[in-house]
Design a protein. Structure first.
Length: 96
């Protein structure tokens, strides 16, 4: 992955508005990456200053090791999870 792809991921995640979520696959598709895992890698390595909590798995669930913090941050923005899962039909950000 090159620096341009890295920055496109950062920009896409930064653009997700409060109260909305996207999946790793949504972001990968938006910026032209072949794998959602690359989005996760970028957020893990260089996402502390981004609204990383607005990016979820395709199931609407956060990773287990982040679940409590992520769902708390989302709830503060009005995104309500049921049984640890966010309803993507309701909260998914489709982008500009």
């Amino acid at each position: 992955m090159n620096e341009e792809e890295h920055e496109r991921v950062r920009e896409a995640v930064a653009a997700i508005p409060a109260g909305r979520v996207a999946t790793y696959g949504d972001i990968a598709g938006r910026v032209g990456l072949p794998s959602a895992r690359l989005v996760g890698r970028i957020l893990r390595e260089d996402g502390v200053d981004l609204p990383w909590h607005r990016v979820l798995r395709a199931t609407g669930k956060p990773a287990e090791h982040l679940a409590t913090e992520q769902l708390t941050l989302l709830a503060a923005e009005g995104v309500i999870a049921r049984d640890g899962r966010v309803d993507l039909r309701r909260y998914r950000w489709e982008g500009p």
